[in-house]
Write a protein that binds this ligand. Structure first.
Ligand SMILES: [Zn+2]
Length: 303
């Protein structure tokens, strides 16, 4: 496929927008707490070997009911879903995708939401295998959904291979979609924006934060650099979700959102312990007006 054809295909794929997601005029509903797990950069190999994902998934399945570190208190509730932030595949082969699909639908016991990463586009040898699967499963490469009164925006961003640099801007098409999606979110409703690029990699952070406008964006999730990090920029919390690849620390992140508190805690499944690295954990106060809490959407992705 030529670069032009590939750009056209990606542009067309990006046009699949979904009407489902965060709704206006939703009835008021006070959600007590929302828990979800996050990971990224699973990099299932081209031949379909995804063995390195198994300990992470098994640890996710086993974590509910376990106590948080003392400073946080309480126990981990059952997660509403698991968010995967892209680079599902090392290269988007059918074998890699089949393995990933089997793992998240058969082994993982919670629903999964996913976003494409740069590897899922296929780099210099593009393939639409993972992109088509994402569209089939979630309705679009960019989509929104709602859980526990929080609006989630899964923000696929086009990746420019010819920059030959992992640090990239969030694409113009992604920023346009983000502004349109946020315009439909009821004023004050908490929003989590998730994209493959992490804070460290995003070269147009100001453009991204400007696109938030007056929306109540409480958290931006990224992946891409394979390790858990936390940054604050212009009063926005940026959390990078870790990778389960064999050379990584062996973590996934537990995120808990209540009306007034936001927690992101990496759990190390190789050590069977919470991280002790303060730079990778977030425990922040948030102020969300109770009137903006909206009812949880009941639609789940297809299993
Ligand atoms: Zn990446």
């Amino acid at each position: 496929m030529t670069r032009q054809t590939r750009s056209l295909v990606i542009a067309l794929l990006s046009l699949w927008l979904t009407s489902a997601g965060c709704r206006t005029n939703a009835p008021s509903h006070q959600a007590a707490a929302l828990t979800f797990f996050g990971w990224s950069d699973q990099h299932v190999s081209v031949d379909g070997n995804g063995e390195h994902l198994v300990p992470a998934i098994d640890a996710m399945n086993a974590l509910p009911g376990k106590p948080y570190p003392e400073a946080i208190g309480g126990t981990v509730e059952k997660p509403a879903f698991v968010f995967g932030l892209g680079d599902i595949s090392e290269w988007p082969s059918r074998a890699a995708l089949d393995t990933y699909e089997q793992l998240i639908t058969k082994r993982l016991t919670f629903p999964s939401y996913d976003i494409a990463g740069n590897h899922d586009l296929g780099g210099l040898s593009p393939s639409n295998t993972v992109l088509h699967w994402l569209i089939q499963r979630y309705g679009a490469l960019r989509y929104t959904f709602e859980k526990g009164g929080v609006c989630f925006i899964a923000l696929f961003s086009e990746y420019d291979e010819k920059l030959n640099d992992p640090a990239q801007p969030i694409s113009k098409a992604a920023l346009d979609y983000l502004r349109q999606a946020l315009a439909k979110v009821p004023k004050g409703q908490p929003v989590v924006v998730a994209t493959h690029l992490c804070f460290e990699a995003i070269t147009n952070r100001d453009e991204l934060v400007d696109a938030f406008g007056t929306a109540n964006v409480i958290l931006v999730l990224g992946g891409h650099y394979h390790k858990a990090t936390v940054n604050q920029y212009r009063e926005i919390n940026f959390v990078q979700l870790p990778s389960p690849e064999p050379k990584s620390a062996g973590e996934f992140t537990v995120i808990r959102i209540t009306p007034d508190r936001l927690i992101a805690m990496p759990f190390n499944y190789r050590d069977n312990a919470w991280t002790t690295d303060k730079r990778t954990m977030l425990d922040a106060a948030i102020k969300v007006p109770a009137r903006m809490q909206v009812q949880e959407q009941t639609t789940e992705p297809r299993k």
